[in-house]
Design a protein around this ligand. Structure first.
Ligand code: SF4
Length: 295
């Protein structure tokens, strides 16, 4: 069994080595998007230049200075973001960079990706990868009650009749879907666990529980929109597994979720040693959504 420090090192190492292609795509798109934005800003100066000259001889130059400052700002932000990704280290403005990425660059990157024939899924996947790195730089460590594991409804076995959205303890822990093991993980680490059927329920859960960090499992689309919706709240995204296609009996890498918990908990207990197939539906203390325990 490895300790929290070696687990953290393994987490950081794996996370850095994984997704190199997604990082390259992100860097390419963000560079293109910032160049497009700069051209647009430049056009905003060039077009009225003739008219402004008639108003006052200095007016075009004042506007030109403003546009140059805006271009410099966009260039500075995208360069800072790329450097942040490449260096893998936290820069002083990393929190703002995540905001800029979410609010400004992601929509532009999706548009640019579409024009270049790159699927939204790939763009979103690269965005999630980079968002996770920025969250790791920006986020500290938290007690269990400050962390929420937010799961999609499609993780639940499609033949299971238990209603979990309002009380996850309705799960009978039969082991036919990952909810049983997630409950065990939640109890081990003392964090919140909730299931959302959509964005509205997810937002409601966040408002209710007021977590300081969310570890969310979902597809590329839902994770991207969730990260955007909850900003500035840090969301660490874990992509779900879809062996039966989208939205049906999906899965999640439990070791990945556990490593994220080890990474973000202030004083995590020893890892449970996943996979947890041996953890049958044993009775135990029930995790209550809305009543997380401190780590
Ligand atoms: S573990 Fe069993 S009871 Fe619990 S949600 Fe999955 S299928 Fe339903």
């Amino acid at each position: 069994m490895t300790g929290p420090d070696s687990s953290l090192a393994a987490f950081d190492r794996d996370d850095q080595s994984a997704g190199a292609a997604r990082k390259r795509l992100f860097i390419g798109l963000i560079t293109g998007a910032s160049a497009l934005l700069s051209l647009l800003l430049l056009a905003l100066w060039v077009v009225p230049f003739v008219g402004l000259n008639a108003l006052h001889p200095a007016a075009p130059w004042v506007l030109g200075l403003l546009v140059a400052a805006a271009i410099g700002l966009v260039g500075w932000a995208s360069l800072g973001l790329v450097l942040n990704i490449l260096l893998g280290r936290s820069l002083p403005f990393s929190r703002r960079l995540r905001g800029l990425t979410i609010k400004l660059f992601l929509p532009l990157m999706v548009l640019l990706g579409k024009a270049l024939g790159i699927s939204k899924e790939r763009v979103r996947s690269s965005f999630i990868k980079v968002n996770n790195e920025l969250v790791q730089h920006e986020a500290g460590r938290y007690t269990g009650k400050d962390i929420l594991l937010l799961m999609p409804h499609c993780l639940q076995n499609s033949r299971c009749d238990m209603r979990l959205t309002y009380d996850i303890n309705n799960c009978k822990r039969c082991g036919k879907c990952p909810i049983r093991d997630l409950l065990a993980l939640t109890e081990h680490y003392g964090v919140h666990l909730a299931i959302a059927t959509g964005g509205t329920i997810a937002r409601r859960i966040v408002v209710q529980l007021r977590p300081r960090l969310i570890i969310a499992v979902a597809c590329e689309r839902d994770l991207s929109s969730g990260i955007q919706d909850t900003y500035p709240l840090p969301v660490f995204g874990v992509l779900n597994e879809r062996p039966h296609g989208p939205c049906l009996d999906t899965g999640v890498s439990l070791p990945l979720v556990e490593r994220a918990l080890q990474r973000f908990l202030a004083d995590p207990p020893a890892p449970r040693g996943l996979p947890m197939a041996s953890e049958a539906a044993a009775p135990g203390p029930q995790a209550r959504p809305g009543a997380g325990q401190g780590a």
